[in-house]
Ligand binder design. Sequence first.
Ligand code: NAD
Length: 663
Amino acid sequence: MKVEDIKKILVVGAGTMGHGIAEIAAISGYKVYLSDISQDILNNALERIRWSLSKLQERGQIKESVDTIMSRITTIVGLDKTVSDADFSIEASTERMDIKRQVFSKLDELLPSHAILATNTSSLPITKIAEATKRPDKVVGMHFFNPPVLMQLVEVMKGDKTSDETAKVTYDLAKKFGKQPIMINKDVPGYVVNRILGQINVASCVLVEKKVADYREVDAVARYKLGFPMGVYELIDYTGVDVAYYVSKSREELGIRDDIPICSLIEQKFKNNELGVKTGKGFYTYPAPGKYVKPELPKELADKLNPVLILAGAVNEAARLLREGIASRDDIDLGVRLGLGLPKGIFQYADELGIDNVIKALEDLKALSGYSVFSPDPLLTQMVGENKLGIKTGSGFYTYGKVEEKKLNTLIIRIEPPLAWIILNRPERLNALNPELVSELDKSLDELEGRSDVRVVIITGNGRAFSAGADVSSFITLRPIDVIRLRTLRNVVNKIALYTKPIIAGINGFALGGGLELAMACDIRIASEVAQLGQPEINIGVIPGAGGTQRLPRLVGKGKAKLMIYTGDMVSADDAYKMGLVDLIVPANRFEEEVRRVALKIAEKSPISLLAAKLAIELGYESNIWTGQTLESTLFGLLFTTKDVEEGVKAFLEKRKPQFKGE
Ligand code: NAD
C-alpha cells in the first residue's frame, strides 16, 4: 500500500487526542469516521473541532470553509460495518491494554485487509496491541502530541512485527497531515521524546534530593542557560504533578528502568494534593487553581549549578537509542526540538557541553544516586576514546569544521569553528603585553577577520591572568616621544572596538592596566569568579594609555572610574559585575565551557545583523541619539536586502532554527 491509496480514515476515541486527530485528517482532505462509545461524547468532540476550526480560520490557517471540513467527518457510536471501507485507522481510546486489544480485534474484523491499524498509545507496547489482530505487520504506533492540531511532531514506532511498508505509509501519512514525523525502529516504552524528558526529570530530581541545587536553581539553569521554554519543575506543575506521579509509578510495569524509585519530591507534592497549576500550588504558587502565571526566577539562580548535570542522563539515553539503532541521530534531535520545544537537539547540546563533561556529570549523578541508569553508555565512552568530544575537538555526534591550533611566540590561536580563541600565552609574565604579543595579536585579528568559518572571536589568557598589562620592564628605556609614538596597543584596542565579528573577552584572572583596556574594547566581558580587575598605572606615576580613561567611565560612570584610576585599586569580579564593568560572571572550574556556551549562542545569529547591531551601538553611543537612530534605521533597512533575513523569517514561520550564511 502507498499513502496515495488512503482515502478514508477511521479515528477511534474522540477525547482530547482523538478529536484533534480527526480534525487534522479532515483538514488534510480525508473522509473521516470518528468513533466513540456515546453520541454525547461524539457531539462534544464535533463542537470542539468546530471551535478549533473557526480559530484556525480567524488566523487564516485553513483554506476551506469550516463547514466543508466538518462535512468530511461522520460520527459513529461503537464500531460496525459502516467503517469497513476505511483504509487507515488511528486508535486514540483510553490508555488501557484491555480496551485497546478489544478495539484492535474489532478493527481487524471490520477493516479491509489492506488497512493499517495505528495506535496513539503513549506507553503501551505496540507488539502487545498487535497480538490482538491477525495482521500484526499492519499495526503501528502513531504518537501525536497534545494538542495534535498545533504540535508538529508525530512519532512513528514499529512493533516487533510491523512491516517496513506499514511504517513508511504511516510516516508519509503524518507528512500529508502537515506534520513532521520521526521513525522509531523498535518497540520501546515511551517512544523517544518522553524517554528523553524522563531522564531530564530523573537527573533534576536527584540534584534536588541530594541538595546539589534547589528546584528553582534547576529551573533557572534550564531556562537561562539551556534555553528551555519552561523549567523542569515548572513543566511538571504545568502538566500536573499527578501526571508525573502516575508516569513514574507505571515505569516499572513498562520496563523502562527498574532501579529508579519515584521522585520523593513529586511523591510529597502528590500526597499533599499540590498538583501544580490545576490546584493553584505545586512547586510554585499560582494565583488561583487553573490560572497559570509564569513563575518568576531571578537570573542569578542560574549561576551555580552546572547545566550539564541536568542533561547528562538525557544524553546518555539518547546515545543508547542511537547505538541500538532505535532511532537516527537526526530524528532524535528533531523529536527533542519539536516534542519538547527545546532550541536544540539533545546531541547538539551534548556536542556543545562536551562529551567528556557529559561523562563526568554522569559519574557525579551516579555517585549521588547510585542509579545504574547513569552508567555512561558505551557509545559515549567510545567517543571520548576517539577524542570526539564535540565542538571543541571538531567532531562529536556531529562534525564541525576542523579544529586547528597554532602556537605563535606569545599567543595560541585555536580555531574551533564557528569560534576562534586567541589565548594570550606568556603565563610566566602574567601575559604582560610586550610589543611582540601586541603585534601577534594585531596580525591574528586580521587573519581571523578574513575567515568565514569563524563567527565569534574570544580573547582569553593562559594561566592565572587574562593580562596583567603592559610589560613595565620595557618602560625604563622609553623617551616621552617614544611613548607618544608607541601607538601599537592603542591601535589594536581600537581595532577590537570596531572589529567586524563579535569579540568576547574571557577574563580568566587578573585584567590590569593594558589588559583591562584590551578587555574593555571587546564587545562582551565574561569574567571568572576569581578575576580581579584594575587600572593601576597611577602606582608607577602614569595613567592608562590605551583608552582606559575613556572606556572605563563609559562603562561604570565617571565617579567609579576615577576611584579606580586614582587609587589604582583592583576590584573583584563580583564588584566589577555590579558596576557594569563585566557582563557575566561564571564559575572558575567551568570557565571555558561557559564562555563557549555564550559564544556559540551568538555564533548562531546572522553575522551581518551582529555587525549592524555593533555599529549602531558603538557609533550611535558616541554621537547623539538622533544620529544614532538614523544610523540604526539605515542599517535596519539595509538588512532587509540580505539573504539572512529571508532565511530568518522563513525559519521563524517554519518553526525551525535558521541557518544564517552571512549573505
Ligand atoms: P481521553 O480520555 O480524552 O479520550 C479517550 C476516549 O476514548 C474517550 O472519549 C473514551 O470515551 C473513548 N473510548 C474508550 N473506549 C472506547 C472504545 N472502546 N471505542 C471508542 N472509544 C472509546 O484520552 P486522550 O488523552 O485523548 O488519550 C487517548 C490516547 O492517546 C491514549 O492512548 C493516550 O495514551 C494517548 N495520548 C495522549 C496524549 C495526551 O496528552 N492526552 C498525548 C499522546 C497520546
